[in-house]
Design a binder for this molecule. Structure first.
Ligand code: 13P
Ligand code: ZN
Length: 273
């Protein structure tokens, strides 16, 4: 089967275009990676060329050895993926140590995976372990309102989680573990990858101060929906703050009632008075 015709590639392309329409992907901003299942890679195996050279990832991810990832190219525009998939995205294979990758399809003309590949792979590594292999997607975007909030709220997971939860009743159900916050760091390297993946042990949403957001999900719909929900909540908070701030809100006890009804566990550390 042609790679572009595989369902996981079609789903991936749909998400990149939807994300572009959301306004989260100016220029080459943001990137998406998908851990391809064994059955899925089998269907396109005859289209892969395994002759390329392995190059270092820059971090070590031993539990991802021999896995295949569909990933956006560095410097490539999310909005162009739908127009020319083979030039803007590619399939990378990890070596048997989890230290190098090679391109086996796409990323034509010497293009490379996103500069955030270390953050993607370290987050995949943590989430694969934590979910017994269910988590398949790591997604980074430049969400306008979440970024705006990192200029006015303390860069503290407790504050961000509680404020975002209060802005939309669905939020504690969609991201019950809360959100993590990474202070400003130089993007694109091993250091920010380590900080992000540490927070991924606890959270599915990690905000990069003054930069953007990383989310993890079992499917592309779940990852995109999680990004959308957190960003929508941030948009409401920006509006509320612009209108002079909260006059009333959802209380800690309201959240406890919600948790009971919706069968989610909300950590008490976020339910402070
Ligand atoms: P890439 O073009 O390398 O994917 O970088 C975009 C980005 O958002 C960096 O954080
Ligand atoms: Zn970015």
């Amino acid at each position: 089967m042609k790679v572009e015709n595989a369902k996981f590639v079609k789903d991936y392309i749909k998400i990149t275009y939807d994300a572009w329409l959301k306004g989260w992907h100016e220029r080459n901003g943001g990137n998406l990676s998908y851990r391809i299942g064994e059955d899925e890679i089998k269907d396109v195996k005859d289209q892969l060329s395994e002759n390329s050279e392995f190059v270092p990832i820059g971090v070590s991810v031993s539990n991802l050895a021999n896995e295949y990832f569909l990933v956006t190219g560095s410097g490539k525009y999310m909005r162009n993926v739908i127009l020319d998939p083979e030039a803007n995205i590619g399939i990378a294979k990890i070596d048997d140590k989890g230290e190098n990758y090679k391109i086996v399809w796409g990323l034509l003309n010497g293009a490379k995976p996103t500069s955030e590949f270390p953050s993607h792979l370290m987050s995949h590594s943590v989430k694969k372990e934590a979910t017994g292999g269910k988590n398949k997607v790591i997604y980074h975007s430049h969400t306008t309102n979440l970024i705006a909030l990192t200029f006015v709220l303390p860069l503290d997971s407790k504050v961000f989680t509680r404020e975002l939860w209060e802005m939309a009743t669905e939020c504690p159900v969609v991201f019950p573990s809360g959100v993590g916050v990474v202070p400003w760091m130089v993007p694109g390297g091993a250091a920010i990858a380590r900080e992000t993946s540490k927070l991924m042990e606890e959270f599915d949403v990690v905000i990069w101060a003054h930069h953007g957001t990383f989310v993890a999900g079992e499917t592309m719909d779940l990852a995109f929906g999680l990004m959308d929900t957190a960003e929508k909540s941030a948009e409401i908070l920006v509006k509320v703050l612009s209108m002079g701030g909260k006059k009333q809100t959802i209380t800690a006890d309201n959240f406890r009632d919600l948790a009971k009804e919706f069968h989610v566990t909300l950590p008490e550390k976020f339910l402070y008075e």
